[in-house]
Design a protein around this ligand. Structure first.
Ligand SMILES: Cc1ncc(COP(=O)(O)O)c(C=O)c1O
Length: 366
């Protein structure tokens, strides 16, 4: 994969960190007509970052393209970052670093999971070194990252440290460019005003979209479905990252719109909810979308409500990926149901017995 300059695609004379191409873009923008009927909502579209074509890393591919480019520019030797053992971001970071000729060290909260998770196995297969904090707290990653950074420096490496989720302004530029990509696709369909819904975790993808929308002067509302933090906290984090990203784009943070965050946590981060499981079945059967129980399915629950309240010409569900988490979850639910003698397959999407209240639906460490 070749580094390519990513400067000025929007016709604005600013000098930006380049893009290190990993994914295949533009990702498709798909009209979801069957879903429109089922949800009784007009003009629904799906932005298919699940099809981005890089290590099943979904939205995180766009962030990693900017982080890797920046790391290479700084002549860093190791990408150092962290998250949970089931994190698609961590797996994507490991594969991205390897494909750029860099090492990767990951710090994960908790203990080594047994059985392992596909994303952890993917990270290791890509050559990542993994440290576990042995604390169940996600925040335990932050301190350990500092310690591992110092250890790496002492051993002669030049680490490029990145916080959990890839939440930096440079990474957000990947989604500012995604705003330009979507803008072009909407223009081709004659759509000017749109409402965009996406799952928000660290908030960096939403922040990039918000800054990118301002950058290209788009009449969009970007709605984040917060799956991990209380809405106030999530909004503050998105606002900070969007402001920093706007500064990189030579825009004034004060010109950014209000951050729109909805609470999509249910019982908590990584805990599957019955409603999200039900909607994942709807998405799968009506338009072949594979949704994961931690991010995309919880955001999808809000789609009908957001679309009905919107006066825009179209509502776009940004499918951010999560395929390894989705498949691993389905397998675990089915295995657990088999062991306990239950049937894990819902006969209809309305079958509320599936699968959040089945054995095997415990917290997922993403
Ligand atoms: C599938 C999926 N969707 C959404 C997100 C959230 O993205 P962000 O951290 O940029 O808010 C993640 C984060 O890992 C993810 O894996």
């Amino acid at each position: 994969m070749q580094p390519c300059p990513g400067v000025g695609t929007l016709g604005v004379a600013v000098s930006l960190p380049p893009r290190y191409v990993l994914g295949i873009t533009p990702t498709p923008l798909m009209r979801a007509e069957r879903l429109e009927q089922v949800l009784s909502c007009p003009r629904l579209y799906i932005k298919r970052d699940d099809l981005i074509g890089f290590a099943l890393a979904g939205n995180k591919t766009r962030l990693l393209e900017r982080l890797i480019a920046d790391a290479l520019a700084m002549q860093s030797t190791v990408l150092l970052t962290g998250g949970g053992p089931a994190s698609s971001y961590c797996a994507g970071a490991a594969v991205a670093a390897a494909s750029a000729g860099m090492g990767c060290t990951l710090v994960m909260y908790g203990e080594e999971p047994r059985p392992t998770h596909p994303n952890l196995a993917l990270a290791r297969a890509a050559g990542a070194r993994v440290h576990f904090t042995r604390s169940p707290l996600r925040e335990s990653v932050d301190l350990r990252l500092l310690e591992v950074e110092a250890e790496l420096r002492r051993s002669g490496e030049r680490p490029y440290p990145v916080p959990r989720g890839g939440a930096t302004a440079v990474a957000a530029l990947g989604f500012a460019h995604a705003a330009a990509e979507l803008g072009q696709q909407l223009v081709e369909r004659g759509i000017h005003a749109a409402t965009i819904l996406l799952a928000s975790g660290s908030g960096v993808s939403q922040a990039g979209l918000v800054a990118g929308s301002l950058w290209r002067g788009s009449a969009w509302r970007v709605v984040g479905a917060s799956v991990s933090r209380p809405p106030d906290e999530a909004a503050a984090q998105v606002r900070r990252l969007a402001g920093e990203c706007a500064a990189l784009l030579n825009l004034r943070a004060a010109s950014l719109p209000e951050i729109d965050i909805r609470d999509a946590r249910g019982a908590g981060y990584g805990i599957p909810s019955q409603e999200a499981e039900r909607m994942a079945v709807v998405a799968l059967r009506e338009c072949g979308l594979v949704l994961d129980p931690v991010f995309t399915a919880k955001a999808f629950v809000l789609l009908a409500e957001v679309a009905r309240a919107s006066d825009a010409e179209a509502t776009i569900f940004w499918h951010t990926g999560g395929i390894p988490v989705a498949l691993d979850h389905l397998v675990r639910v089915e295995e657990a149901a088999r062991k306990s003698g239950c049937d894990a397959s819902p006969s209809s999407p309305d079958d509320r017995g599936h699968p959040a209240n089945q054995p095997g639906s415990q917290e997922i460490q993403v």
